[in-house]
Design a protein around this ligand. Structure first.
Ligand code: OTU
Length: 617
């Protein structure tokens, strides 16, 4: 028997899983590295990494694996709500996060995503997305023991922990990069080096830029080695070379080590960029999907409780593939639904919900056992580029308008954000700004009537998002309407671009007003909490229930339904600032959300920006 088909380890449970998943891993690895001289050595290494990680997995985590194998849809429950936060801005240090878990539970949160917390480079670090050590908690935040303790505290409350895995790049100061730069034979091909800039021209003309203003181009000159290195993001973030099977092996080891540290979910950062080929835009290449198939098969063997979440901010037609392609092996269980988020902001700008329904019609079906990570805001910008890629020239014009709208440059705009990375005045990239500032709360300061509209917009975006198939994630501070951080440039953690605007420290004094319904904080916290609890009680909002977008008689109102376990639910979401009445050919029962919506029979009345979740008879 060759290593290709043998995975016997002596551990019966492991061997049963390996029987299913090892052939999948081998097939994916063969597609990636089959012609590499080290192919069979690679299989040997991969197998040993999986076995060693399994052996090192604690009893506690093995028990969790069993529980999750018995209930593999745990992350798809209607009760699943995530919360994404920075350790330092949320709690100071890791050890203090536990003290905030009651606050999160009160809101209805079941999973905590801590933004990058492994040691990142000193100085500029792209918000921690430039790691020097994948496996050592940044001493600024605490220790690995603190992390393990937090993961236990979360588990004791039935909550899960999501950590970032920086799989596309490392800091140039990472120990792999240091060894690569010094010519260490094991690491010399870990990154994509070019002796002369002319060699990059086989790629450069086809590539987009992620940070055209602050980090133009995709290659950086490294003064130390005198060479050029592939840097999709900032010049100090060196892209890894997955054509080298050792990179796959090293990343697998990191992945399984993070699982063994207590991560339930790994957010795979920037996955779309992991494979490069001359003459392509080097995003979404088939090899990226083969890498994900292999990673998934191997985690399914060694840490079957682990969930992989793809962060691929790509065209609508491309996103579903990160969950697995029809008839092909699984990849990630979760993927960010960037298009839903972008189209919601687009719809809100001019009160036209068709932006969302037409986008949803372009989303391919996703495999069983997977769902979306849905969100209204996150630590990044809202990238309008996806509209251009989806809609062509029309999308570009739309994107330009939205950029200006959310920067508050269009007369009558309620938003107070900033354009993100527009290298020239008419270039389009993204919008920065906190949810509350983009939704009108900043512009409404001191005007109670206008503030109520902003609160309604924030609630609308969440109520629509919470209705959709997925596991929603709330971004830190949005539940109390934190405004743009005007001091961002002077912060110790200052971002090197204006995403700092929407990365303010948590305001615990404001959070203390969360029960005061006269305060904006109380209104928002109460609304989000009510949404989370209404959602948890709806069988039709389980991640496995498909979505049917319905023709809406009014372009301002998004209509969609979900059905499961005997429950049919209709979403009616008014994206406009006008009151709207409409009739649908359904018999409606009660509205599960309190608020400014009424229904009788098939008629629905929605106040400005109001949302209803209506039970269908
Ligand atoms: C991710 O995002 C992270 O979320 C960003 O915070 C990091 O800066 C970046 O990776 C590098 O680690 O392209 O597909 O436009 O949407 O940078 C992933 C800004 C990405 C982000 C984009 C992004």
């Amino acid at each position: 028997m060759t290593i290709d088909d043998d995975f016997s380890s002596g551990d019966a449970a492991l061997d049963i899983r390996a029987e299913v998943h090892w052939p999948v891993a081998v097939s994916a690895l063969r597609r990636l590295y089959g012609s590499h001289p080290e192919f069979s050595g690679t299989l040997d290494k991969v197998r040993n990494i999986a076995l060693a990680a399994r052996a090192a997995r604690s009893e506690e985590l093995r028990a969790l694996d069993e529980a999750r194998l018995a209930a593999p849809d745990w992350f798809m429950q209607a009760s699943s709500i995530g919360y994404s936060a920075y350790v330092d801005r949320f709690a100071g240090r890791l050890g203090a996060v536990e003290g905030k878990l009651d606050y999160l539970r009160e809101l209805g949160v079941t999973g905590l995503h801590l933004l990058p917390l492994m040691q990142s480079r000193a100085g500029q670090s792209d918000g921690g997305f430039a790691v020097v050590d994948h496996l050592r908690v940044d001493p600024r935040f605490g220790s690995n023991d603190d992390l393990t303790a937090l993961s236990r505290a979360l588990r004791a409350r039935g909550m899960s922990l999501c950590l970032d895995l920086l799989c596309n790049h490392t800091a140039r100061e990472h120990h792999w990069a240091r060894k690569a730069a010094s010519g260490d034979p094991r690491y010399k091909d870990h990154y994509l080096f070019f002796d002369r800039v002319s060699e990059t021209s086989a790629f450069a003309p086809w590539l987009d830029e992620v940070f055209p203003l602050t980090a133009p181009g995709n290659f950086s000159h490294d003064v130390e080695t005198g060479r050029w290195v592939w840097t999709t993001f900032y010049p100090y973030q060196w892209d890894l070379n997955y054509q080298n099977p050792l990179v796959f092996c090293d990343m697998l080891e990191v992945m399984l080590s993070l699982a063994n540290l207590g991560a339930d979910v790994l957010r795979l950062d920037s996955v779309a960029f992991m494979w490069k080929r001359a003459g392509t835009n080097c995003r979404n290449l088939p090899e990226v999907h083969a890498l994900l198939e292999a990673f998934r098969a191997l985690t399914a063997i060694a840490a079957p409780g682990l969930i992989l979440k793809a962060e691929a901010i790509v065209e609508t037609a491309e996103i579903a593939a990160y969950l697995g392609r029809p008839g092909a092996p699984p990849q990630c269980q979760l993927a960010y639904h960037n298009s839903l988020m972008v189209s919601a902001w687009s719809a809100l700008a001019d009160g036209d919900a068709r932006e969302i329904s037409s986008m949803l019609a372009r989303v391919p079906a996703i495999p069983d056992g997977t769902t979306w990570t849905t969100y209204v805001r996150c630590h990044d910008d809202i990238g309008w580029g996806v509209l251009g890629r989806d809609l062509g020239a029309e999308g570009d014009a739309r994107a330009r308008y939205l950029s200006a709208f959310y920067a508050g440059q269009i007369p009558g705009s309620f938003a107070r954000g900033a354009t993100f990375q527009a290298a020239t005045p008419d270039a389009v990239h993204g919008a920065a700004g906190s949810l509350a500032s983009l939704a009108g709360l900043e512009a409404a300061q001191g005007e109670p009537g206008t503030a109520a509209l902003a609160v309604a917009r924030i609630t609308l975006l969440h109520a629509m998002t919470f209705f959709m198939p997925g596991a929603p994630v709330i971004y830190m501070g949005d539940e109390i309407g934190l405004l743009n951080d005007q001091d961002w440039e002077s912060r110790a953690w200052a971002a090197e671009d204006c995403r700092g605007l929407h990365r303010p420290p948590m305001d615990w004094q404001a959070a203390a007003r969360r029960h005061d319904l006269k305060a904006v904080e109380g209104q928002l916290f109460g609304a989000l909490k009510a949404l989370a609890s209404a959602r948890a009680a709806c069988p039709a909002l389980h991640g496995s229930a498909a979505l049917t977008v319905m023709d809406s008689p009014d372009r301002r109102v998004l209509l969609a339904r979900r059905d499961r376990a005997g429950q049919g639910l209709l979403l009616a979401a008014n994206f406009s600032d006008a009151a709207v009445s409409l009739t649908v050919p359904l018999r409606l029962k009660r509205n599960l959300l309190d608020g400014a919506a009424q229904s009788a029979g098939g008629s629905i009345a929605l106040a400005p920006y109001a949302v209803a979740w209506l039970e269908i008879e």
